[in-house]
Each structure stands twice: as structure tokens, then as C-alpha cells.
Design a protein around this ligand. Structure first.
Ligand code: OOG
Ligand code: MG
Length: 253
């Protein structure tokens, strides 16, 4: 199997906003190979000048696993090209079939240099925020196997976050929702994320260490969606809300 070729196909599908066929339709790949393809395709972005901003976890909630028919947690990379500031415009024609989901973001306060547990996690975070992730599978019909979606950098395409709040702000057992033009389209509870969103931060720190990704001061972690993701359309104002964290929005143009 040619990893480089698959990585190039996925990267170009993203760059040109044109869907491609699922890898697993023609080639059997395992998870290790899928992560190798992901890192080659991200390296192509770095060559174009994109910078790593952080990591995201996916399928950390049952709602997401069930929606997409997969069974395990995955992780991907976020770059500066995917970042949108709160309230800004997202040009939908640069995407294939984007969906939005409400998330929680963590901001890292210092380089992670030891094993992170629930007990020391807060020492490495200086802010928590409500976030929106925009996912855009590069595969036709948004259909994939777990390996396919890992190779495709976990559908990562865009994200934004709201105001950073102090680390001791409660993020457990809070209502999270997604609304389009003021109407709620999804709602869930933050504990749907691994039972406690802080577990997601702990997992991200472990995965980063295991995979040689150094998370430095300022890096962002997205914990994974608490609800299903919903297709977005031109003209919508999309917003995510989390009790106690406020709200964040994007205008889809
Ligand atoms: C994969 C990305 C999953 C999440 O928050 O669970 C994800 C997908 O659903 O296309 O970002
Ligand atoms: Mg997500």
C-alpha cells in the first residue's frame, strides 16, 4: 500500500473541497497505518505553511459513536487554517458537506512533561471554553470505517471557541446545545464526554505523549462532541452553548 498516495488523495480532497472514495472500499488498512497516513497528510499542510494548534478527540460520546457507526475513540490534529474566531464567517464553499457539533475546549498553560491524571490535569490548563467543531469528512456521503476516518484526520475542518474561563469553572454535568438561527437542534450533557470532559483532556495528553506530539503553552484540545453533529447550510448563524461557559457562534456564508 502506498501511504503517500492515500495521504495525498485525502489532503487534495480537503484542499479542493471534493469528496473522495473511502479507502476501505479498495484497500484494507489497520489503525496504525491509518495514523501513519494522517501524519503524512498533515505534513503536507505544514509544507504549505499551516501550523499545529492542538489536538482533538473524536467519538468520546455514545451519541457520536452511534451516529457514525464506530466503536472507539480517535484523535486528530488541529491547524491554524482550521481556526475561526468567535462570531466570524465560515465560507461554506470551501467545505464538502460540513456538520457542526458543540464541544468543550481546553487551553494548555505549560508544556506537558509528565503523565497527566485527573488530579494534576488542572495544573496544565489555563482556560476552558465552549466550542464549535465543524467536521467535514473527505469521504463520499460522510461514510467511513474507523480506520478511514483516522486517516482523514478525524474529519477535522474548522473550529472556534468562546471566551476562556478559569480552569476551576465547572464543566461536569452541564447542559450543552447547538442551535441554528436561534433554534436548538441538538442538546446533551457534558458528562456524555467520557463521563467527565476532563477525562478527555487526560486522554489527549496521553495520546500526544505516546505519539511524540509535544503540547506546549497555548495549545488547544477539543474534548469531542457531546451530541450528534448536524449539517450546516449557507445563511445560518450557528451557535453552541454550555451552561456556565456562555456561547460561541459562526456565521455560515
Ligand atoms: C469524526 C469526528 C468525530 C467528535 O467530536 O466525536 C468528532 C466524524 O464524526 O466525522 O469530531
Ligand atoms: Mg468533534
Amino acid at each position: 500500500m502506498n501511504y503517500n498516495q492515500i495521504a495525498e488523495t485525502l489532503d487534495l480532497a480537503s484542499f479542493k473541497a471534493k469528496a473522495t472514495e473511502q479507502i476501505s472500499n479498495s484497500t484494507a488498512i489497520n489503525l496504525e497505518q491509518a495514523y501513519a497516513i494522517q501524519s503524512i497528510s498533515i505534513a503536507r499542510r505544514y509544507i504549505r505553511g499551516e501550523k499545529l494548534l492542538g489536538l482533538k478527540l473524536g467519538f468520546t460520546s455514545k451519541a457520536k459513536m452511534e451516529q457514525m457507526g464506530v466503536h472507539d475513540m480517535i484523535w486528530g490534529r488541529l491547524t491554524d487554517k482550521m481556526f475561526y474566531s468567535n462570531g466570524s464567517e465560515l465560507v461554506i464553499k470551501n467545505f464538502i458537506h460540513p456538520r457542526a457539533e458543540p464541544e468543550i475546549a481546553f487551553r494548555i498553560s505549560k508544556t506537558i512533561d509528565q503523565t497527566i491524571t485527573l488530579t494534576n490535569a488542572k495544573d496544565y490548563v489555563d482556560g476552558v471554553a465552549v466550542a464549535i467543531e465543524v467536521i467535514d469528512s473527505r469521504y463520499q456521503n460522510f461514510k467511513f470505517s474507523l480506520e478511514d476516518v483516522v486517516a482523514d484526520n478525524c474529519s477535522s475542518a474548522g473550529f472556534t471557541y468562546g471566551d476562556w474561563l478559569p480552569t476551576d469553572t465547572n464543566i461536569q454535568d452541564i447542559k450543552m446545545s447547538l442551535s441554528f438561527d436561534g433554534e436548538e437542534v441538538e442538546k446533551g450533557n457534558s458528562n456524555a464526554i467520557l463521563g467527565n470532559p476532563w477525562e478527555s483532556f487526560v486522554a489527549a495528553a496521553r495520546l500526544a505523549q505516546e505519539n511524540g506530539e509535544v503540547l506546549k503553552k497555548g495549545a488547544i484540545i477539543l474534548a469531542g462532541a457531546a451530541t450528534s453533529a448536524v449539517f450546516i447550510k449557507q445563511g445560518q448563524k450557528i451557535a453552541a452553548h454550555a451552561d456556565g461557559l456562555g456561547q460561541v457562534s459562526l456565521q455560515i456564508v
